[in-house]
Design a protein around this ligand. Structure first.
Ligand SMILES: Nc1ncnc2c1ncn2[C@@H]1O[C@H](COP(=O)(O)OP(=O)(O)OP(=O)(O)O)[C@@H](O)[C@H]1O
Length: 719
């Protein structure tokens, strides 16, 4: 197999070997600073040192760096180094998923709406703030001190009353549209970023934590705008405070500082008190959530509750929560009434101060009745606006901690670059025509990744195609060692060698925990080997982007996962819609012995299978998974205990379907029941992270080693 290196080399690299030259020129244009991930420095003179430093910190990001030839002693070592342990290309600086750098480009797509929003904000605030002035003038005319006709002032007030709601509608609609669109894009991008993380990310975080990021954490960011566009909140509150203070100073330079300061300080104190009650509101909400969790758990596990006569226990748990909910509800009621009356107290204190100070000035003729009336109006405006602004600031604080949470989870983890590369390439084409994809595709990560890795990937990919190689070549695990990232001190595989012959069945047997499923995870590239390599027809698997490799491997597990869509959609899952016809689906279902049960379902192929396929039996789920694998038509098939959970009849049906599926494919079968693998072309016994024995059933029995004793233990009547 020709080495996949480019032949055009720059003259200054002529002293290197061809692979080193490629790596230096293409794969190592920058060195990467872990301490400051955003820093990309100039090309290093000693790339291998850069790699060492990275790996020393337990980070295997800048992996495509060649060590000096003398440090390697074989092809495998060179190849491993070429791809690095992580199998990733030029590292991409980890940008926080929620930052101005991400949000600003999304906002800037709505420039016109932003201008409209700001203009309407100024307009509606001006209307609001003009009202007290006109009210003052109205009273002056009423008592005969003002000039002009009464209908004149009334018509101006009426105009304000008409314009203010119109500007408010323009402001609210535009702000809502901008923020909803920005949030949809942001949610889509964060979802994509989570989807592209390496497998260890999902080992590290619970599903609840991850869904919480997308729902409640991003929800609080969304609320900063959507809950703060009403009057006296958010931007309107800030603009009203600013406008009111300016007007108060214009109306009376002596009254404004005293009144303004008094109103602001009392309002701020009350608002701070209100914010301090937020934890009580929160805990009330959390108790409510616990009540619904308890009910959901009880009803979803109702059979277990019944079989353990656990009704009383569940009732008592539910009762505890109800009491807690009642108590927090009572506390909340008391706080709400305190809040309510304190707001009034603020207004009354402000009014009293105004009556005393303003009244004396009216008496001495320093202030007109109209101005005094306007001041009363502004007292209300300022009080509510200050309280609204303090609440908005509190919500902003909540949003910042949500952002911090999202960033701390997503900035420290690593994107699975060989997977991201394939997906980005695909999305880039789809984004032109598909709105849904365009929403998620807006990401500066994409362009960085494509620019930096394009050369590398295109060089490797142009040499060959993973799927077609897998139809014709053996798969070799060469000196493979592996530790799970979260348990890096435990070596699950240590220097394992195995050739899985093309078109034949290889069985993996061995004691529980010996690493059989780990081999499957490496073959499917959920993880990459820590040392050594896996090849197909001599080509390192890491030469292919992961989505391309995913097309080459079908895995059927003991408990196949179905999606809560229809039977037909489950069988076609993974293939582009346009490539699958109803006839193909039926053909696959027939070959998987599934057609008969499918047509007996109420809506046949359109029947919904329920959450994780819960509306079907284990055997039915298994046959649908086999039909799905048949339709996928991948050259490599992995069966991980695919029949172990089935009864005799289902097992026969599934086994027939599997025999059909395995025909002509390179198959790796894991089974505890040795009777299911005795006809395999070769059986590998996995023990202590290595292949301890390899041969046919008869060879291994004759050998009298580990396999023979496993056979003995299971007391199988083979012969
Ligand atoms: N995601 C993970 N993170 C950390 N350790 C893991 C992970 N998955 C498996 N292990 C550990 O790796 C070792 C090998 O597990 P593996 O599932 O490959 O064994 P197995 O031979 O398939 O076992 P069984 O026959 O019981 O399925 C076990 O000690 C297990 O605890």
């Amino acid at each position: 197999m020709a080495a996949p290196w480019p032949l055009a080399l720059s003259p200054d690299l002529a002293f290197c070997s061809s692979s080193q030259r490629f790596q230096r020129s293409v794969l190592f244009p920058f060195s990467f600073s872990r301490r400051n991930p955003n820093l990309i420095s100039t090309p290093s003179r000693q790339p291998w040192l850069a790699q060492r430093r990275c790996c020393d910190r337990g980070v295997v990001r800048a992996a495509y760096v060649s060590a000096p030839a003398s440090e390697h002693d074989g092809d495998t070592a060179n190849s491993t180094d070429r791809f690095g342990a992580s199998g990733s290309a030029v590292p991409i600086p980890a940008t926080p998923p929620v930052s101005w750098g991400v949000i600003w480009p999304l906002l800037s797509e709505h420039k016109l709406r932003i201008v409209l929003s700001l203009t309407s904000l100024v307009a509606c605030t001006s209307c609001t703030l003009s009202m007290p002035i006109f009210s003052g003038k109205f009273y002056e005319i009423l008592i005969g001190r003002g000039t002009g006709p009464l209908w004149g002032i009334l018509s101006r007030i009426a105009t304000l009353y008409i314009l203010e709601p119109i500007f408010t509608v323009v402001f609210v609609i535009n702000m809502t549209t901008i923020w909803e669109k920005v949030m949809s894009s942001l949610r889509g991008q964060i979802f994509k970023r989570m989807l592209l993380q390496k497998a260890e990310f999902y080992d590290r975080y619970k599903v609840g934590e991850l869904t919480g990021l997308l729902t409640s954490d991003l929800g609080s960011l969304k609320n900063v705008v959507s809950e703060n566009i009403s009057r006296d909140r958010g931007l309107r509150a800030f603009s009203e405070i600013f406008g009111t203070i300016c007007i108060l100073f214009t109306l009376s330079k002596q009254l404004a500082p005293v009144l303004g300061l008094l109103m602001m300080s009392v309002s701020i104190l009350v608002a701070i008190f209100k914010r301090s009650t937020v934890p009580v509101f929160k805990s009330h909400g959390m108790t409510q959530a616990s009540i619904s969790d308890c009910a959901a758990e009880t009803f979803s596990a109702i059979r277990t509750v019944r079989s353990f006569a656990g009704e009383r226990k569940q009732m008592s748990m539910f009762g505890d929560l109800l009491l807690a909910y009642e108590n927090s509800g009572l506390k909340l009621g008391a706080l709400k009434s305190a809040n309510e009356s304190l707001t009034r107290v603020v207004v009354y204190i402000s009014l009293m101060a105004l009556y005393c100070l303003g009244g004396s000035k009216v008496k001495t003729g320093e202030l007109s009745i109209g101005t005094m009336t306007s001041f009363i109006g502004y007292t209300f405006t300022l009080t509510f606006a200050v309280q609204g602004a303090v609440n908005t600031l509190g919500e902003l604080r909540g949003a910042f901690s949500a952002i911090e949470r999202i960033n701390s989870i997503l900035s420290t983890t690593e994107v699975d670059e060989p997977l991201a590369y394939g997906l980005e390439k695909e999305l880039k084409t789809d984004a032109q025509k598909d709105d849904k994809i365009r929403l998620i595709f807006k990401d500066d990560y994409s362009s960085k990744l494509l620019t930096q890795n394009k050369h590398y990937m295109s060089e490797l990919r142009s040499v060959t195609n993973g799927c077609s190689l897998a139809w014709s070549g053996d798969i070799c695990l060469e000196d493979v060692s592996f530790s799970y990232p979260l348990r890096s001190d435990v070596e699950v595989l240590s220097g394992l060698n195995l050739t899985i012959k093309c078109g034949e069945v290889t069985a993996l047997v061995g004691p529980s925990g010996s690493g059989k499923s780990t081999i499957v995870q490496l073959l499917a590239r959920f993880y990459e080997p820590t040392r050594g390599r896996i090849t197909v027809a001599g080509e390192d698997l890491r030469a292919f982007d992961k989505r391309e490799w995913a097309r080459a491997v079908s895995v059927v597990n003991q408990e196949p996962v179905l999606f809560s869509v229809s039977v037909g959609e489950n069988i076609a899952y993974g293939l582009p819609d346009k490539d699958v016809s109803k006839e193909d689906i039926v053909k696959a279902a027939k070959a998987a012995n599934a057609h008969d049960f499918i047509i007996s379902l109420p809506q046949g192929y359109d029947t919904q299978v329920g959450e994780r396929g819960g509306l079907l039996s284990g055997g039915q789920r298994q046959r649908l998974a086999i039909a799905r694998a048949l339709l996928k038509n991948a050259p490599i098939l992995v069966l991980d205990e695919a029949t172990s959970a089935l009864d005799a009849i289902s097992e026969r049906l599934v086994q027939e379907a599997l025999d059909h599926l395995m025909k002509g494919r390179t198959s790796l079968v894991i089974a505890h029941r040795l009777s299911t693998v005795q006809n395999a072309h070769q059986i590998a016994v996995c023990s202590l992270g290595k292949i301890a024995e390899l041969g046919t059933h008869f060879e291994l029995v004759a050998k009298g080693g580990a396999y023979a004793s496993l056979v003995d233990t299971q007391r199988l009547a083979f012969e």
